[in-house]
Write a protein that binds this ligand. Structure first.
Ligand SMILES: Nc1nc2c(ncn2[C@@H]2O[C@H](COP(=O)(O)OP(=O)(O)OP(=O)(O)O)[C@@H](O)[C@H]2O)c(=O)[nH]1
Ligand SMILES: [Mg+2]
Length: 213
């Protein structure tokens, strides 16, 4: 396990070497339904890499609200000791029937128009006169990878809402002509079936998980 982790960290550490010089960090955006576990994933990744044997930012652990806890565009820095890895995971407000992140704001974020720290307004997308609006984003400001975080326990259909389905579909279409990789992160699999709780590796062979896709 430690060997795999070392290899993964080496890969992340050298991931920018083939990119243009001004791209010092790879930006990865997590999007998904409210409560899908976006922030928890950031915290888990930061905790695993820091190796401090304590949970970084444990405040999401007991959350059960229907509204998004995360309201801003937040960048999760991954620290290994005092060294920062060249990968930033960006966390944002979740999708929901009420008080959702606006679809246009997701597009603006992917295109690098929104500065970290921007508080998403569920009523309207960012205005181009906003202080957090970047008029002329460079390649380094854009998202280089998009991860759709889905809650495996949400319902028979993991997206669970038309709003989310439409947003995911439109984003997929927008990104289809780009080289931005798109991944799905299925979360809360530990709750999908009691058999998984003791041995999470079983999910890789599970027909239940396969059917959800
Ligand atoms: N069992 C289980 N619970 C999880 C997992 N990931 C997250 N949770 C719980 O799910 C709830 C929501 O997690 P968050 O990380 O706040 O979800 P989020 O997607 O950031 O939500 P918003 O910011 O509100 O959009 C919390 O109570 C977490 O503890 C998981 O893998 N398994
Ligand atoms: Mg969150």
């Amino acid at each position: 396990m430690q060997e795999e982790k070392k290899k993964l960290l080496e890969e992340i550490g050298t991931a920018t070497s083939s990119l243009p010089q001004d791209v010092k960090t790879i930006n990865c955006l997590l999007i998904g339904q409210v409560s899908a576990g976006k922030t928890s994933f950031c915290n888990a990744a930061a905790t695993a890499i820091a190796d401090e044997k304590r949970l970084i930012k444990p405040q999401t652990v007991y959350k059960s609200s229907v509204k998004s806890t995360t309201v801003k565009l937040e960048s999760c820095i991954l620290l290994q000791g005092d060294k920062q890895l060249p990968l930033l995971i960006h966390d944002c407000r979740g999708l929901h029937e009420i008080d959702s992140i606006q679809k246009e704001d997701i597009f603006y974020t992917v295109d690098g128009h929104i500065e970290p720290g921007y508080k998403f307004d569920p009523e309207k997308p960012i205005s181009i006169s906003d202080a957090c609006y970047r008029k002329d984003p460079k390649l380094a400001d854009k998202m280089h990878c998009v991860v759709y975080v889905v809650d495996a326990t949400g319902s028979k259909k993991v997206l669970a809402s038309e709003n989310a389905e439409e947003t995911f579909r439109d984003l997929r279409e927008r990104l289809a002509s780009t080289y931005v990789p798109q991944l799905v992160l299925m979360n809360k699999i530990d709750q999908l079936h009691e058999n998984f709780q003791g041995d999470l590796e079983r999910v890789f062979y599970s027909q239940l998980v396969q059917r959800l896709f």
